[in-house]
Design a protein around this ligand. Structure first.
Ligand code: ADP
Length: 311
């Protein structure tokens, strides 16, 4: 395919506010920390950037607060070539944040405030009706109101736009949503929560995938960390092995994988090849620290695939 694939991401923004400290304070205590950094992320933003770096034309929709974090997200996404004109700002809620206290022993304490992400509503979605047909594929995750996620998937389904749902973070899902999903991409934990089958290896992933397929999605791709992924449809169940790499930081591996899978599907790449490519992108992302900084460009991925051996 020669045309650039067009992907619409309706999803979340989360600014990670990371405080490092020798030790975490007790209740009522103040300690002096050693550093403070903020890192833009959130599953929606990460997947949008992942897809853009891999060559897709990406439009992102969702909601930010009217605050400095919201401004920072817009500039990060614009620098990445992501279209931001459908991103809204909320006057009443802050941009989504994760407040992370990390001590020298490597323990963390996290408070997530979804903020404006949860203010993106059905009315906001209705305003996107004309935007769907200009895209080959819609990517969704679950850091927003699940009713909005469901309505978005239904809207895309009616208009013939393919739907990829990354059901993260793990939660139960309405049947009406699963019925309009073309590609469902849980990790092991999410697959277990959705099916009750503990997913620990390829065989258990096959069982979970079979149960998920009965609930409506046309394709199920269960990510298996370093073991790659299991691809299942009503006609096949195939383990696509991962790539052996030195792991530095697994943050955003799932987002890297999902962004990549979406781009390859939108390019009409055969599915097994698409999963192989997504495994390479996930593997490359774990060799580097951080979320957005760890996401590779297409040329790097192609070079990595040429050189690498699968695990
Ligand atoms: P999540 O980050 O959502 O928990 P996974 O851990 O399953 O998802 O990772 C997503 C994908 O990233 C995997 O399917 C695989 O392709 C790749 N990946 C993750 N961890 C590793 C690893 N340690 N080595 C190689 N590839 C990895």
């Amino acid at each position: 395919m020669t045309q650039q694939p067009r992907i619409l991401v309706i999803g979340s923004f989360m600014m990670d506010l990371v405080v490092r400290t020798p030790r975490a304070p007790q209740t009522g205590e103040t300690v002096i920390g050693t550093s403070f950094n903020r890192f833009p992320g959130g599953k929606g933003a990460n997947q949008a950037v992942a897809a853009s770096r891999l060559g897709a034309a990406v439009t992102m929709a969702g909601k930010l607060g009217e605050d400095v974090f919201g401004d920072q997200f817009l500039s990060v996404l614009q620098e990445e070539g992501v279209c931001t004109k459908h991103i809204l700002r909320d006057k009443t809620a802050s941009t989504g944040i994760g407040s992370i206290v990390l001590d020298d022993a490597g323990n963390n304490r996290i408070v997530v405030v979804p903020g404006a992400n949860m203010k993106y509503n059905l009315e906001d979605l209705a305003a996107l009706a004309d935007v769907f047909p200009a895209h080959d594929l819609l990517m969704l995750q679950l850091e927003m109101d699940v009713l909005v996620v469901q309505a978005a998937a239904q809207m895309a389904h009616r208009q013939g736009t393919k739907v990829v749902l990354n059901p993260a973070p793990a939660r139960e899902l309405p049947g009406e949503l699963l019925q309009v999903v073309d590609y469902l991409t849980p990790n092991e934990t999410e697959a277990e929560l959705l099916t009750g089958v503990p997913v620990t290896d390829v065989d258990s992933a096959r069982k979970a995938a079979a149960l998920l397929l009965e609930r409506g999605p046309k394709h199920v791709v269960i990510t298996l960390g370093q073991n790659g992924a299991l691809l299942a449809t009503h006609d096949l169940s195939l383990h696509v092995p991962g790539f052996a790499v030195d792991t530095v930081d697994t943050v955003a591996a799932g987002d890297a994988f999902n962004g990549a899978l979406a781009v390859q599907i939108a390019r009409d790449c055969p599915l097994e090849e698409a999963v192989h490519f997504a495994n390479a992108v996930g593997a490359l992302s774990v060799t580097r620290p951080g979320a957005i900084p760890s996401l590779p460009k297409r040329e790097e991925v192609e070079e990595f695939i040429r050189q690498a051996r699968t695990a």
